[in-house]
Design a protein around this ligand. Structure first.
Ligand code: SF4
Ligand code: SF4
Length: 388
C-alpha cells in the first residue's frame, strides 16, 4: 500500500514537472489559463513517440502504465492502426487497457474482447480488460449536476499512470469523441456506461419471448430479477445497475433504458465520469485525427472518412487537446463546428463543462514537434493539405 501511494505521488510529480516544462522552456512566460498542445502533421509511429516525449513525462521503471486504446468493433475499418504505437510501447512497456462494452458483441465479454484485440493487431503488449473481475465505484464530486457515483473496472487502480490514446472522430451522441470520451465512457464499466447513457436500470423488451431459463435471475448479483410466466421483472429498488443481465440473457431481452436520454445531460455525465477518473490517476493524452468518420470505432460498419487526416496532438491538458482537435478539424473542413455540420451535435458542451469543472483550458498554444516552435492553426492545417 505504502509503495502504491509513493509511486502515485511520484507520478503526480512527474505530471507537474511535465506541466512546468510545457509552460516554461523556450516558450517564455505563459498565462496561467493557456495550455500547450504539441502537433505533428504526419501520423507515423516515430511521431507518436515524439509527441509523447514532448510532454516531458518521466516515469521510473516500476511505474505501472496503462495505455488506454480502442481495439475497434468487429468489422470496423476505421480504428487506429496499432502499429503506430510500437515505439511508444517499446519505450514505456505499458499494458493495453480497455473496458467491456454495454451492448452484446465480442467486446462485451473479456475472452472474446481480447481475442478480437489480437485479431486487430494489438499483440505486442499485455491486454487488461479493466472490468473483468468487477467494478470500483467512486463518489462523484459535490458540485456535480448528475453523477453521485462513478463506476469503472476494478483493475483501474492497478495502474499508476495512464496514457490515453484516442482516435479523434465523430460520434452520433457526443458530436465528437476524443480524450474526454475515451476516459469517461471508455473507462467506465458496463454499469457505468449504462448510467451515462440515460438510466441506471435496464429495461425488458418483448418479455413474452422469455423461455424462463432463469439465467438472468441466477446471475443478477442483487437478486433483483424474478421470472414468471409473463417473463422477467426487475425490482428497481434492488437493482444496482451492473448491466449483467444485458449480457447474460441468450435472447438479449434486456436493454439499456434510454428513455431519459437528453443530449446535454449525456455530455455532462461523460465529463463528470472523466473528472473523477482523472482525479484518481495521473494521465497524459495523445489524440490522432485520422480516418475521421461521422461515427465511432464501436460501429461494426462505420461510414467512410468524410475528410482528410489532420495529424496528431499530445497534451497534459484533456480539455486543450480535444479543443485543439475540434479547431483543427473544423478549420480543415471550412466551418466553425465540423461535427455540428455532419452529426447535428457540436459536442462543445464537453469542453465547456470540463473547463467549468477546472479540468483544463480551452485556450492553448500549438507547438510543432518537428521544429519546437509555436505555429498557428492555419499553419498546422496547411501542413496537412495534399501536395499539388
Ligand atoms: S442491472 Fe444488474 S442488478 Fe440490475 S437487474 Fe440487471 S443484473 Fe440485476
Ligand atoms: S435469461 Fe432471458 S430467456 Fe432466460 S429467463 Fe431471463 S429473460 Fe427469460
Amino acid at each position: 500500500m505504502k509503495r502504491k501511494v509513493l509511486i502515485l505521488i511520484c507520478c503526480l510529480m512527474a505530471v507537474c514537472v511535465g506541466v512546468q516544462a510545457q509552460k516554461s522552456s523556450k516558450l517564455g512566460p505563459m498565462p496561467s489559463d493557456v495550455s500547450v498542445v504539441y502537433f505533428c502533421s504526419e501520423i507515423t509511429p516515430e511521431n507518436i513517440l515524439k509527441l509523447y516525449d514532448a510532454l516531458n513525462v518521466t516515469l521510473s521503471p516500476e511505474v505501472k502504465v496503462g495505455l488506454k486504446v480502442h481495439f475497434g468493433e468487429k468489422g470496423n475499418q476505421n480504428f487506429l492502426n496499432p502499429e503506430l504505437l510500437h515505439p511508444l510501447v517499446d519505450k514505456v512497456h505499458p499494458t493495453f487497457v480497455e473496458t467491456n462494452v454495454l451492448y452484446v458483441s465480442d467486446r462485451r465479454f473479456t475472452k472474446s474482447h481480447i481475442a478480437l484485440a489480437k485479431e486487430h493487431g494489438f499483440t505486442f503488449a499485455p491486454i487488461d480488460i479493466l472490468d473483468d473481475e468487477g467494478e470500483t465505484i467512486y463518489p462523484g464530486d459535490d458540485n456535480f449536476q448528475f453523477c453521485k457515483t462513478v463506476r469503472t473496472g476494478d483493475h483501474f487502480e492497478n495502474y499508476d499512470y495512464y496514457i490515453i490514446y484516442s482516435h479523434f472522430k465523430g460520434h452520433g451522441s457526443s458530436g465528437f469523441g476524443g480524450a474526454i470520451k475515451n476516459v469517461g465512457m471508455g473507462m467506465a464499466s458496463p454499469g457505468g456506461k449504462m448510467a451515462i447513457h440515460a438510466n441506471n436500470y435496464p429495461k425488458v423488451r418483448t418479455p413474452d419471448k422469455c423461455f424462463q431459463c432463469n439465467r438472468c435471475a441466477s446471475q443478477c448479483p442483487a437478486v433483483a430479477i424474478s421470472v414468471d410466466d409473463n417473463g422477467p421483472v426487475i425490482d428497481t429498488t434492488k437493482c444496482i445497475g451492473c448491466a449483467k443481465c444485458i449480457a447474460e440473457c441468450p435472447l438479449k431481452l434486456f436493454t439499456p433504458d434510454n428513455s431519459g436520454y437528453d443530449e446535454t445531460r449525456f455530455l455532462d455525465k461523460l465529463v463528470e465520469y472523466t473528472k473523477v477518473l482523472k482525479d484518481h490517476r495521473p494521465m497524459a493524452f495523445i489524440n490522432v485525427m485520422a480516418n475521421i468518420s461521422t461515427t465511432c470505432d464501436c460501429s461494426a460498419k462505420a461510414p467512410k472518412p468524410f475528410m482528410r487526416d489532420i495529424g496528431a496532438v499530445a497534451s497534459l491538458d484533456i480539455v486543450a487537446i480535444d479543443q485543439a482537435c475540434q479547431d483543427l478539424t473544423s478549420m480543415a473542413y471550412g466551418c466553425e463546428h465540423v461535427f455540428k455540420d455532419v452529426n447535428h451535435v457540436s459536442g462543445m458542451e464537453q469542453l465547456q463543462y470540463a473547463e467549468k469543472l477546472g479540468m483544463g483550458h480551452t485556450k492553448y498554444i500549438l507547438i510543432d514537434v518537428a521544429t519546437g516552435k509555436q505555429i498557428t492553426l492555419d499553419e498546422a492545417v496547411k501542413q496537412t493539405e495534399p501536395k499539388k
